[in-house]
Design a protein around this ligand. Sequence first.
Ligand code: FAD
Ligand code: SF4
Length: 455
Amino acid sequence: MKKQTAKERIRNFKEVALGLSAEEALKEASRCLFCKKAKCSANCPVEIDIPRFINAIKNRRFDEAIRIIKEKNNLPGVCGRVCPQENQCEDACILNAKKAPINIGGLERFVADYELQHILRVEGIGHEALGHKVAIIGSGPAGLTCAGDLARMGYKVTVFEALHTAGGVLVYGIPEFRLPKEIVKKEVKYLEFLGIEVKTNFIVGKTSSLKDIFEQGYKAVFIGTGAGLPSFMNVPGENLNRVYSSNELLTRVNLMKAYLFPEYDTPINIGKKVAVIGGGNTAMDSARVSVRLGAEKVYIVYRRTENEMPARKEERENAKEEGVEFRMLTLPTGIIGDEKGFVKSMECVKMELGEPDDSGRRRPVIVKDSEFIMDVDTVIVAIGQNPNPVFLKATPELALNKWSKIITDPRTQATNIKGVYAGGDATEGDDTVIAAMGAGKRAAKAISVYLKNEK
Ligand code: FAD
Ligand code: SF4
């Protein structure tokens, strides 16, 4: 897929990958073998009929292709851009063994963009009015998917969202240059067309409680409150000026448009030499945002090696092309401030890989007498997120595990409270968009069974 050149894109926040043209999509679709027992579909967490939609593209029936995708996935423009296809459908593609797998993500994005440009309206499947009201807490991919599936079945669905815009991490976390907010907005509009109602600026646990929601006549609830609470390193100096959580940095930039300050109200103050701590997608996004905000040197500081990094390969490559330097096997041990309380440098130690730990990855261990100082003036901590605590604190009857994740039955996403279901990062910890969507789908099915039995 064509991209903006690194030189061009580091000066703007526009989308990096430019998408496939119709001719490129037709050519790619014609490579597909249309396998009878398609491994690609079996490896798709929302079970899209991949060979059928690729065949529709091959025959230039783009509107049919999007209809096939939307039987299972209400957010194809999002998934075509940010799903880790290389570990899922494309990894399983039969052509992967011999040559390049089919670019399934690129084709999904192509038809999703085609639909958005041509304003096709793919109707819901059921639309039989079933009467019951269902409340969804949180409008990230888990909540939106659960809401969309229930609306298609004919339920009356209201999504309560704490922020002023729907989308969760899709709007406040993932930057514009990877996922334009206009795409998220249009896909949310499509869900509204299916019948869901979104109430923004509504914090369940503060504006209303779970009990209030049931008293308002909602018969079932899905909790998709995500993992919005950042982890910190707990090292000295972490409270200095110009130490940010990736959450704060990305929310200011993506949701509040800090890169357009003063046209938009929210400023961001980063220096010239930025260290981003972590090795996931959030770390790559924070580093690439820092480059675009004008930092001269941006480092990814990670305690393992690149082989163990959870970030997508494509995003690691994009970051390197944009000049981000990778400092592997490095662990920060403290942040040093100047007399005004701003970051002046960062103390680190070198690491080496030891025996595998519980995750199966080799455990990083400190190399003796390897202390050194990194010359940086900004530190962004991107080492993971924990479940958003606001709703959980206000709902003590909800069973949580020792990491404060909501305990659910993995087949139905049911919690310990009757009629209450949960999924996405609130139950799994920071995971992926498609895993959150898969949980939303399972919950929608289970909620429908529950409501029919209740009736
Ligand atoms: P979220 O998307 O976190 O949404 C939860 C929503 O609930 C939020 O809008 C929040 O405001 C709202 N909420 C919370 N509490 C309340 C309350 N009490 N009342 C009302 N509303 C509430 N995954 C990928 O697959 N590919 C990627 O490239 C990728 N990149 C990422 C980059 C970043 C920077 C981050 C942070 C994550 C990334 N992920 C990626 C992970 C992915 O975005 C998440 O796994 C996914 O968004 C989880 O979805 P969710 O619906 O569970 O929660
Ligand atoms: Fe096409 Fe690959 Fe899926 Fe086979 S596995 S149907 S070749 S995309």
